[in-house]
Design a binder for this molecule. Structure first.
Ligand code: CA
Length: 421
């Protein structure tokens, strides 16, 4: 597949995340201080809310789909509307559109524009679907004999996370306090997390509701698009709290998503199959078609005021389960899914050391510090560090990218209970 040309010149360069082939959905703060829906094209944003208000764009016979500057109402309208809208916006922005000049007043530069949450997260579930990640973490937490739990090759393991702490890229994240326990102490103490970490993930956004179990095929059709996702993790809190019910406060501080939802339609040319099954899956989990994507990913770490080092490079195609399989499994109990449900893929790690998607693995539990280009080392995140996830599917002379998923670590509060005893 090759580049589709736009009259927006910056959309035709090979290094932009946002060629006409992409057209991802975001929300931004307009000049008037209102939330608007926008579509990224090159280094610009097409102001969809303003286009709707001007009567240039209309979604079927609906009014004010984009009025609130949030894509949730649009998602709820379903795949036929998603496809028709994409066709219409493609025509507006395509090279040769004779009405291009009339659209110029609806273009906003991305530089200097504040991005907002593009949809209301109704629920958030996080999975654990990279075999390399699960094996590495299991080896550190339980030893090599019990690294991969016995259920792991049969089902996508997940837990119900917090929608309330999902934030958009650029939002600072404060180091949490929690119960910590050393290897030999009898009693835990309440202290700032000393092992604060990132997790490189993809987030799948559910755009259609379900009531009862759905097939993997149906689950794939329900997915609206994908974002990059950083599941900030407090490893010392996690190690003490996770048995027997899984992570709780260690994962509840914040989850950062990239501001642009890349539509599933833009990723179609990059579909790929999950790796070979090491144990046959039950029928309800079998993929009827390729449902992973070939998306190159990287993590950058910049100490405060200093240059960034890329500490990890991997690919989404390394995952053992696709988001469609995870979503299908999620519904088996009859659990209803809602418009705006967010599914974290789980940390994406490849087989090589430089492909690991968390500092826990990169530093092997803190034993092997990572050296940055500045000469500093890291086992876990330090205050002031800025983490940036990037990702793109690579076509012939173009890329379908996600923009940056970034956040800076703020120091822990002096005392979260203000001296109360
Ligand atoms: Ca995670």
């Amino acid at each position: 597949m090759s580049l589709i040309k736009s009259w927006v010149e910056t959309a035709n360069t090979p290094d932009t995340d946002f060629p006409l082939n992409n057209l991802p959905y975001g929300a931004f703060l307009s000049e008037e201080g209102e939330a608007h829906c926008g579509v990224a094209i090159g280094d610009m944003i097409l102001d969809v809310t303003a286009l709707e208000e001007a009567g240039i764009l209309q979604i079927e016979d609906e009014d004010e789909v984009f009025f609130f500057g949030d894509w949730t109402d649009f998602m709820a309208l379903g795949p036929k509307v998603w496809a028709a809208f994409r066709t219409e916006v493609t025509a507006l922005l395509a090279d040769g559109n004779e009405d291009a000049e009339g659209l110029v007043p609806f273009m906003v530069p991305q530089v200097g524009t504040q991005m907002l949450m593009p949809f209301a997260v109704s629920e958030y579930t996080d999975f654990y679907a990279s075999k390399h990640h699960a094996t590495n973490v299991g080896t550190m937490f339980r030893g090599p004999e019990n690294a991969l739990p016995p259920n792991w090759l049969s089902m996508p393991i997940g837990y119900n996370g917090r929608a309330s702490s999902v934030v958009v890229s650029g939002t600072p994240v404060r180091r949490p306090w929690g119960q910590l326990k050393g290897p030999n102490d009898d009693l835990p103490r309440f202290a700032p997390c000393a092992r604060f970490d990132l997790e490189l993930e993809m987030g799948a956004i559910v755009g259609q509701p379900s009531d009862g179990p759905v097939t993997v095929q149906k689950a794939d059709e329900m997915i609206f698009g994908y974002v990059l996702l950083n599941d900030w993790s407090a490893r010392d809190i996690q190690a003490w709290e996770y048995q027997p019910l899984g992570p709780f406060q260690s994962k509840a501080t914040a989850t950062t998503i990239s501001p642009w939802i890349v539509p599933k339609a833009a990723l179609e040319p990059f579909r790929t199959t999950t790796p070979d099954r090491e144990r046959p899956l039950l029928d309800y989990l079998k993929e009827p078609a390729p449902m992973l994507y070939d998306i190159e990913l990287e993590v950058g770490l910049a100490p405060e005021g200093k240059a960034e080092t890329v500490i990890s490079r991997t690919n989404y195609a390394a995952m053992y389960y696709s988001s469609a399989q995870q979503l299908a499994h999620h519904t088996t109990s009859g659990c209803p899914m809602r418009v705006g449900d967010l599914l974290g893929s789980g940390t994406i790690s490849g087989p090589e050391k430089h492909q690991r998607g968390a500092l826990l693995e990169l530093s092997w539990g803190g034993k092997e510090p990572v050296t940055l280009d500045t000469g500093e080392t890291r086992t876990f995140l330090e205050d002031g560090d800025t983490l940036t996830l990037r990702g793109a599917a690579k076509g012939d002379g173009f890329r379908v990218g996600f923009g940056e998923c970034t956040g800076q670590v703020l120091p822990a509060l002096d005392d979260p209970f203000g001296g109360a005893k």
